[in-house]
Design a protein around this ligand. Structure first.
Ligand code: ATP
Length: 384
């Protein structure tokens, strides 16, 4: 096993914008790191540079303490698991797992020992004589990982391995990969564009945008302390709401009324003019259901409910609001980049399923100012 260090990595295809632009990232030995971001952000290119399938334009790629920029993929001893698992349909599970050992002409008894060991770890002992076609998706994934284990690879690299699967299987496989990675403790780098996958799988998540790292943090930290509008909008589903606001001392005027700021937030916005307030759907409530002790920490407001969606344990309400043209354009642009229709001039609020709000009617809501983020609309920086 090995650590992976990237120092000022650049990838330039042709003479356009660099696909990967000065990326420095340390992945610890045994760590599960997710690379996530919208299409074209450079995550696959970065993964391909780790494995050696793509030349590095600038910077150093260091694996297990050795600079590998000029090493061929086969000399890096990494194992890449692809979307379709790349199993041979005519070979048994045993032979599929044994494949890299056969290539390196490992003696038969050694092959048998290592494949059996891998099958034990992966709980595939009873399936060794089967063909891949007779396995479930999860079992096939394990065979692919078995092949990586027998090679004693230094790290596993996954490039969107679940994107072809239906939602249910994807959920199962996520759990499976996560369980196996913990058990094996092998350094793992996993590329996805799916923020749910990113949040549920990794120890840490690296969010990329246009070839540049935005934030590297644990899933919880990304969710609670996004560094900018981009990360805030990308992580979380439904996404964070962004409300235009003007500053008046320690108060913010939002389309949903006046928000009183605590000392920390008031200091962060002092001297500012127009801002964007970011507040996640779950920090709104039906005002009639708010705990009285909590009420003073937030803003109560009336608004018309456009659409409701009932999900059993909660319901979403869509509340349109007015925003200056400039803010509307900005949100439209962000929603295009994140491929999310939700980021428009409507708030999505998640409230208790017992709430009696009705579509097309006014209702009273409450939002928790203690959970508000404040963003600089020009730089996108989170000021709080
Ligand atoms: P996706 O999720 O769509 O695969 P990604 O985040 O993995 O996207 P990359 O495939 O790494 O993104 O691509 C990053 C940028 O580099 C994109 O703008 C892409 O068009 C460009 N690019 C990728 N491969 C090549 C190539 N072989 N030649 C030229 N440009 C490329």
């Amino acid at each position: 096993m090995a650590s992976i260090e990237m120092r000022n990595i650049v990838k330039q295809y042709g003479d356009g914008f660099p696909a990967v632009n000065d990326v420095s990232l340390d992945i610890a030995d045994g760590e599960f790191m997710i690379l996530v971001g919208p299409s074209g952000c450079g995550k696959s290119t970065l993964l391909r540079m780790i494995v050696g399938l793509e030349d590095i334009t600038g910077g150093d790629m260091v694996i297990g303490g050795n600079r590998v920029n000029d090493k061929a993929p086969r000399d890096r001893n990494l194992s890449m698991v692809f979307q379709n698992y790349a199993l041979y349909p005519h070979m048994s599970v045993f032979e599929n797992i044994a494949f890299p050992l056969r290539l390196s002409k490992t003696p038969d008894d050694e092959v048998r020992r290592r494949v059996t060991e891998a099958a034990d770890v992966l709980e595939l002992q009873e399936h060794l004589d089967r063909k891949p076609a007779n396995l479930s998706g999860g079992q096939r994934q394990r065979v692919a990982m078995g092949r990586a284990i027998v090679r004693q690879a230094e790290a596993f690299l996954f490039d969107e391995p679940l994107s072809n699967l239906d939602a249910k299987l994807r959920g199962q496989m996520r759990t499976e990969i996560s369980r196996l990675q913990r058990r094996l403790g092998i350094t793992t780098v996993y590329v996805t564009h799916d923020q749910t996958e990113a949040m549920t799988l990794g120890d840490r998540v690296c969010v990329l945008r246009k070839g540049v790292i935005q934030q590297v943090a644990s899933p919880r930290e990304l969710y609670d302390q996004p560094v900018n509008l981009f990360v805030a909008g990308f992580i979380g589903s439904p996404p964070m709401n962004f409300l235009p606001a003007t500053v008046e001392g320690r108060r913010l005027q939002t389309p949903f009324g006046t928000m009183e700021l605590d000392d920390r937030r008031a200091a962060a916005v002092s001297g500012r003019d127009l801002l964007l307030v970011g507040i996640r759907p779950e920090y709104f409530e039906d005002a009639s259901l708010v705990d009285e002790a909590k009420r003073p920490h937030g803003t109560t407001f009336r608004a018309r409910v456009d659409v409701t969606e009932w999900l059993g344990d909660q319901q979403y309400a869509y509340i349109p609001y007015d925003a200056p043209e400039e803010v509307q354009n900005q949100l439209r642009e962000l929603s295009r980049e994140l491929d999310s229709e939700a980021l428009r001039t409507q708030a999505i609020v998640s409230i208790d399923s017992t709430s009696r709000i009705r579509e097309g009617r006014d209702a009273e809501f409450w939002m928790d100012s203690r959970k508000a983020h404040v963003f600089d609309p020009s730089t996108g920086e989170n000021l709080t």
